[in-house]
Design a protein around this ligand. Sequence first.
Ligand code: ATP
Ligand code: MG
Length: 191
Amino acid sequence: MGGTFDPIHYGHLVTAEGAFWQFELDEVVFIPTGEPWMKEDRVVTPAEDRYLMTVIATASNPHFSVSRLEIDRAGPTYTRDTLETLRQHEGEGTELFFITGADATLEIFHWKDPEEVLGLAHFIAATRPGYDIARFEAEAPSRHPNVSVMSVPALAISSTDVRERVAEGRPVRYLVPEGVKTYIDKAGLYR
Ligand code: ATP
Ligand code: MG
């Protein structure tokens, strides 16, 4: 599961656990982005903070882990490069799945070479609240055999909302794990 994770929240965790169960995965690897080229319009928190929050949030789950693959790589992040690296690491016998929100999956369809990316992994597109599934299904790649739609419980949580709450002094408890909340406070993030 790739993401900015700025910060990681229960929407990400519920989605990952849902995919783990529904697609009978062996493990879920969270891959925080390095330099998120899709988000250059705003200042993203240093990768090391986002990585640590992701480790804290996933530590208690035995089948969750976190990869430094993208944050240790210089330059912009491309999902295609990440999937190719994972393929080399894991060998041909491993089936790769890429878990994203349906909104993020649509962005992938609009890339230069979607067929190539869709050949590298099975994409699990999680529907999130406020998301128009008809818009997703109107796109031809949504019917690609390597794309599945997964509905997750209605969690209208977003990192954007969490950051705004912290900035305004409103509560984030029960939206992010306790340890993530503590880390945000200690590091003074989003103020
Ligand atoms: P931001 O508000 O900064 O865009 P975000 O909450 O969308 O952050 P990302 O790190 O951008 O979080 O998301 C990583 C992945 O998780 C994306 O594929 C995104 O679509 C998905 N995702 C984010 N929030 C949810 C949610 N509440 N339910 C299901 N999927 C989600
Ligand atoms: Mg997002």
